[in-house]
Design a protein around this ligand. Structure first.
Ligand SMILES: *Cc1c(COP(=O)(O)O)cnc(C)c1O
Length: 393
């Protein structure tokens, strides 16, 4: 039996999900090398190379700390290192991961003020400004850049400039937004920026990345962190090496990921994501899906959420794609479970993948009794990707 346990034929397993993502073979193989000791000269060389490359992806001059955890670990680390119990913080939330920040802050005994906007929209900056006027004693603002539950992007640049000349720390979950979107940590005045390996880095899950501004360090240095494993002070003390055993295999894979991204160039990688995202949006519209994020300029390059056309059971569609064709696309979270599909297009997804995904969606939709004009999403993809369609007389 293969991994799915249900397929009777050999199928390639494919994912169009916003983390984990597909992992290019070169990266998988880099992680499959023989183990090396984490306090060896060899490891030190690799870490040094990684540390040289990583800040360029955040457009920062600061060091990046690598945690052996999923993205949520980095969110928790940012909270447990930056605030004291009882501190007041502002969470700017427009979806599931914004709500996660609130949950984490609550666990650490912080007083949470929220500015939120409905799922599928991004938060209005004037409301953030108003909340700050009402609560000038906040110690931090926490927000998500690209909200993976809905595919809406928040204006973290504007949030950064709002708090730049204040004592308030701006903490950004750029876990899915880094690489796929423009992000300039130093220029935008962001204080703590979080990322993770299984998103734009095209890697397996397991590493999280934290960039910390000098302004944030001033606060962190004064605070008794409510964590030992994730203590940033401890990370700094051991830098460039890790304070505890690092994920050696994942670091080997990371080195390859950084090589690939460097060869491509950060702005090219961002443009690639934008292009694939636009094509996905056009393809879904052609099939009669309703894009969940209505305002085109805040649509994520990471994931596209869409509501199924009436009469189509989104959960059944996803189930059939998965069971019959080995393709994993995710559904909605929270109240949108069963009504929504979310196509992840972060990382190594390319044009050929897209044609395959949409081709098979047409097939399954037709099987489900939905009237689809054959090839309609292919045409939409071709148009969006710039090829256009030649019409013969
Ligand atoms: C993936 C993701 C996370 C973290 O999820 P983990 O499963 O802990 O890696 C957090 N925020 C956003 C926006 C994400 O896309």
């Amino acid at each position: 039996m293969n991994i799915l346990g249900e397929l009777f034929e050999m199928r390639k397993l494919r994912m169009a999900t916003p983390g984990p993502t597909q992992v290019p073979q070169e990266i998988l193989l880099a992680g499959a090398q023989e183990m090396i000791h984490h306090r060896s000269r060899q490891m030190e060389d690799i870490i040094n190379e990684i540390n040289r490359e990583l800040p360029d992806l955040f457009l920062t001059k600061q060091d990046i700390y690598i945690l052996l955890s999923s993205g949520t670990g980095a969110m928790e680390a940012a909270v447990s290192n930056s605030f004291n119990r009882g501190d007041k913080v502002l969470v700017v939330s427009n979806g599931y991961f914004g709500e996660r920040f609130t949950d984490i802050c609550t666990v650490f005994g912080l007083e949470v003020i929220t500015v939120s906007s409905p799922w599928g929209t991004s938060v209005n900056i004037e409301e953030v400004e108003r909340a700050y006027k009402q609560h000038p004693d906040i110690k931090g603002v926490l927000t998500v850049y690209s909200e993976t539950s809905t595919g809406a992007v928040n204006d973290v640049k504007a949030i950064g400039s709002l708090f730049r000349d204040t004592e308030v720390l701006v903490i950004v979950d750029a876990i899915s937004g880094l690489i796929s979107h423009e992000l300039s940590m130093d220029d935008w005045g962001l204080d703590i920026v979080l990322a993770a390996s299984h998103k734009g880095f095209m890697m397996p899950p397991g590493l999280a990345f934290v960039a910390i501004s000098p302004k944030a360090w001033k606060v962190i240095n004064e605070i008794q962190p409510s964590t030992y494993y994730f203590s940033f002070k401890r990370f700094k003390k051991f830098y460039p090496m890790a304070p505890s055993s690092p994920g050696v295999s994942l670091l080997l894979a990371l080195k390859k990921s950084l090589d690939l991204l460097k060869a491509e160039g950060l702005s090219n990688a961002t443009r690639r994501h934008a292009r694939i995202a636009r094509a996905t949006q056009r393809g879904l519209e052609a099939l009669g899906f309703h894009l969940f994020v209505q305002s085109p300029h805040v649509r994520s390059h990471t994931v596209t959420a869409a509501l199924a056309p009436s009469g189509i059971d989104a959960a059944l569609l996803l189930k059939k794609l998965n069971k019959e064709y080995g393709l994993t696309i995710t559904g909605g979270q929270g109240e949108f479970k069963g009504k929504m599909i979310r196509i992840g297009h972060i990382g190594a997804i390319d044009e050929i993948d897209l044609f395959g995904i949409f081709g098979i969606m047409e097939l399954v939709l037709t099987e489900m009794g939905y009237q689809v004009q054959s090839g309609i999403s292919m045409t939409a993809l071709s148009d969006a990707l710039g090829g256009g369609v030649i019409h013969h007389a």
